[in-house]
Design a protein around this ligand. Structure first.
Ligand code: SF4
Length: 366
């Protein structure tokens, strides 16, 4: 059950212009609603990563992209370049364009929702953590931690609030308006909370839209995205790939065409992927489902170089997330083995361990 919370102050989510000052330089987060980004945009981002950042593109657990290692003031040039390639359509709303969509769906509703969010001035006041999700019916993103999510059910769409179905149903043509209406209603009732699940009475918010009868049972979100051959909802063929530790090199990015970034720090393309890129397309390969925060030396708070460790510890099987401290940045939703660096040693699923590699291997065999 969600614990009602009241936050103090604004959240500190980075944006494309409002960069976070990390130990390795500026960190800019670029929202790409629905994870959709064209080949031209990816290639330009790769150039920007080389020219302004540390040469890589990070994939986030909300299917956005990040550049890091930016020099002080580089966000000015970055913002102008992003605007030129259509990745900064709104200066006022850029940090609230948090929209996940099923990677194999059409992405049309996500694009329409993005336009509607940017067109509603009040939504610029949403907390940066507020998250929309549009599920194609696959059930892959509806329960992935969104504040408000739409998923087709029995000829209409269910609108979930804080991951719970309170019985809100809308026609297909009203989905975007309903998601915007819920976000506006959240702004009306919030008292410092950042997320719908933090409200003391989510059911009360839902009753503004429906009688309040829940129907769909909550589902466990998947802990991994498509890897290997895929079929899109429109019947098109493609390939899903895991990106090792969620970081694309500029060379890898430049070789891609249009891509869909997934919330599992992977990507999906139509047709074939160019070979020899080092992306993982074998669902049985080690490294699938292994994620890590920036850790040392990128983050001031980090107690360990967790990315290096994550690359060396053998981890077939269950998903695992390595964090350099207790904040657990970027931890995916769902059943993930939780490895956290502590002042002395590591915690694995909350338990202090002496030999982290062995403990991780044991945890993954359970
Ligand atoms: S989890 Fe801690 S160490 Fe990792 S990026 Fe977040 S604040 Fe830094």
């Amino acid at each position: 059950m969600a614990i009602p919370q009241r936050r103090t102050g604004a959240d500190a989510c980075p944006g494309a212009l409002d960069v976070h000052r990390a130990a390795d330089g500026g960190l800019a987060r670029i929202r790409i609603p629905g994870g959709r980004v064209s080949g031209e945009q990816v290639r330009r981002l790769a150039d920007l990563a080389v020219d302004l950042g540390d040469g890589g593109l990070e994939l986030t657990s909300r299917a956005n992209l990040q550049l890091r290692g930016l020099a002080q003031g580089a966000e000015v040039e970055l913002g102008a370049e992003l605007a030129a390639i259509g990745l900064l359509p709104s200066l006022t709303h850029e940090k609230v364009r948090n929209i996940m969509a099923s990677p194999l769906g059409s992405g049309v509703l996500a694009a329409e929702l993005d336009a509607a969010v940017c067109a509603e001035p009040r939504l610029a006041g949403l907390p940066g953590r507020f998250l929309f999700a549009v599920d194609s019916g696959a059930g892959d993103v509806a329960w992935l931690g969104a504040d408000v999510a739409a998923i087709p059910v029995d000829g209409s769409f269910a609108v979930l609030l804080g991951g719970v179905d309170h019985g809100v149903r809308v026609a297909a043509g009203d989905v975007v308006a309903a998601l915007v209406a819920v976000a506006l209603a959240f702004l009306d009732v919030r008292d410092g909370q950042w997320r719908i699940a933090e409200l003391p009475d989510v059911g009360g918010l839902a009753r503004r839209f429906a009688p309040g009868v829940g129907r769909l049972a909550a589902r466990r979100p998947p802990t991994g995205g498509p890897v290997g051959p895929v079929v899109f909802a429109d019947g098109g063929q493609g390939v899903g790939a895991a990106v090792p530790l969620g970081r694309l090199t500029a060379e890898q990015a430049r070789a891609l065409g249009d891509v869909v970034v997934t919330p599992w720090r992977g990507l999906v393309v139509r047709g074939d992927l160019p070979g020899g890129l080092g992306l993982i397309t074998d669902p049985a390969a080690p490294g699938i489902g292994v994620t890590a925060c920036a850790g040392r030396p990128g983050c001031h708070q980090a107690l360990a170089d967790v990315r290096a460790l994550a690359m060396t510890v053998s981890t077939p099987g269950r998903a695992v997330h390595w964090s350099g401290c207790g904040r657990r940045c970027g931890r995916p939703a769902g059943d993930v083995l939780d490895v956290v660096a502590a002042e002395t040693g590591f915690l694995v699923d909350g338990v202090a361990v002496e030999r982290v590699a062995e403990a991780v291997a044991r945890g993954r065999q359970e």
